[in-house]
Design a protein around this ligand. Structure first.
Ligand code: GDP
Ligand code: GDP
Length: 436
């Protein structure tokens, strides 16, 4: 199920990041814990009632040295490109400003739903300020106070009304959805072109409706695939597209819609922090992951080069120890087609279900080999383990006290499961749950 994307836009100081943090809450993500990855959050998963969605604070995307108005204009365009629903945020303290009108003019161009929020309405008396905001032309303004946490429920109710139906359901269950993600210039578009250019591949574009997606379907050796468009792959040229933060947003969008994500690295340049951040999101989202080292043609090599690069990747991407690594060249097409069977394999692993009886034997053997941890004289007891979901494979372990399941022991169990089943390319999740 693809989560809808909600973007907050508005001129500086209306309270976008305050509202973002309120809605996103204190979710701690694995990505933020990767050393060296900066903590400037502009993107978070969020929940409202039964809805799960992704939230973007476009105010956090700096667009180089552009003048102020140009920045907010481009941020609004990013919202239009990326979001399913846009929250246009203004401030009741300052009233409608000309910068608000600039944002409004850009948002008039989209057919996407826009919900108008008026922030800093900290008390009921201030509601009189709201009437001016009808003039912006987005219907009823929703009063909120980011600092006091007032009104967000009504605003989010309105936002949730506009969430699209899940469009990806239109693809057949057996079709593998995958994407190439990565920093600008690693060669994502070249890879798509290298695959689609091949004769044995049948191409047909499906025009997305509200999602603006241009997906490419093709069949290779009897397997149907859909390449999920990233990087605005076939419509490049906007100023903000070369900014790193935007490339992360694009990646997130593609990750959401994919089963398998190919994290593309530039073999010529080596690994950058941004690569880890992008890969971290794919891991966190529970997608199958392949690390693709592109531009391998441009690397001066001897017989050790590949091994050394592989080790460097393993050191930098500890959280992706399960991901296969493929070295290739979009330019010469060398090994480009060997990637497809790897995608197919990890996709199968991602959707694999294992038998409970075998699973429980493995866990019993594991416990016999390495006794469960104790704390203050209490010992973790494992009663029963069962697979509750696929994509990614998710296991619930029924225990006496979930707190006793230390991270290291969980990792040990994960490794035992991995030793017994082929989960190459897919993250697996283990959830300890209390049972009396
Ligand atoms: P952004 O530039 O749009 O992301 O705005 P910020 O979230 O950084 O907020 C700008 C300023 O407005 C900060 O000083 C916030 O503390 C303040 N602010 C945000 N929300 C509210 C609110 O609901 N009421 C009041 N009075 N101030 C707020
Ligand atoms: P994207 O921004 O990730 O989509 O990257 P592009 O596909 O636009 O490629 C960026 C640049 O890298 C272009 O100049 C490509 O010609 C070049 N490039 C892409 N793949 C390869 C490759 O395998 N080898 C070499 N030498 N250059 C490549």
């Amino acid at each position: 199920m693809t989560k809808p994307v909600v973007a907050i836009v508005g001129r500086p100081n209306v309270g976008k990041s305050t509202i973002f943090n309120r809605i996103a809450g204190e979710r701690i993500s694995i990505v933020e814990d990767i050393p060296g990855v900066t903590r400037d959050r502009i993107y978070s998963s969020a929940e409202w009632l039964t809805h799960e969605f992704n939230l973007i604070d476009t105010g956090g995307i700096d667009i180089g040295d552009e003048p102020f108005l140009e920045q907010i204009r481009q941020q609004a365009e990013i919202a239009i490109d990326e979001a399913d629903v846009i929250i246009f945020l203004t401030s009741g303290r300052e009233g409608v400003t000309s910068a608000d009108e600039t944002v409004a003019k850009i948002l008039y161009k989209t057919k996407k739903p826009v919900v108008l929020g008026v922030n800093k309405i900290d008390n009921p008396e201030m509601r009189d300020q709201l009437y001016d905001f009808y003039a912006l032309g987005f219907g009823e303004p929703f009063p909120v106070s980011g600092s006091h946490g007032i009104g967000l429920g009504d605003l989010l109710d309105e936002v949730a009304k506009h969430f699209p139906k899940d469009e990806d359901a239109e693809y057949d269950e057996n079709t593998i959805k995958f994407s190439f993600i990565g920093r600008p210039n690693v060669g994502k578009s070249s890879l798509v072109n290298a695959i689609l250019g091949e004769e044995r591949v049948i191409v047909s574009d499906i025009e997305g409706t509200t999602r603006d997606a241009v997906d490419s379907m093709y069949t290779y050796e009897d397997q149907d695939y859909v390449i999920i468009d990233t990087a605005g792959i076939r419509k490049k040229g906007k100023v903000y597209e070369s900014t790193e933060k935007y490339s992360v947003l694009r990646a997130l969008r593609a990750i959401e819609r994919s089963d398998v994500v190919c994290v593309v690295l530039n073999g010529e340049e080596g690994i950058r922090e941004q690569d880890k951040k992008i890969a971290g999101y794919a891991h966190e989202a529970g997608r199958a992951v392949i690390i693709v080292v592109n531009k391998w043609d441009a690397v001066e090599k001897d017989e050790k080069t590949m091994k050394v690069f592989e080790q460097t990747i393993r050191e930098h991407f500890l959280f992706l120890s399960y991901a296969p690594i493929v070295f290739l060249s979009a330019k010469t097409k060398k090994r480009v087609f060997s990637l497809l069977p790897v995608i197919q394999r990890v996709s199968e692993n991602h959707a694999m279900r294992v038998q409970s009886s075998i699973l429980n034997d493995i866990i019993s053997d594991a416990v016999a080999m390495n006794p469960t941890p104790t704390d203050n004289g209490r010992r973790l007891r494992i009663y029963y383990t069962t697979q509750v979901a696929v994509k990614p494979p998710t296991f619930v372990v029924f225990v006496n006290e979930p707190e006793l399941m230390h991270f290291s022991y969980q990792r040990f169990l994960e490794n035992r499961i991995r030793d017994s089943f082929d989960f190459e390319g897919t993250p697996i999740r283990i959830i300890p749950r209390h049972r009396k």
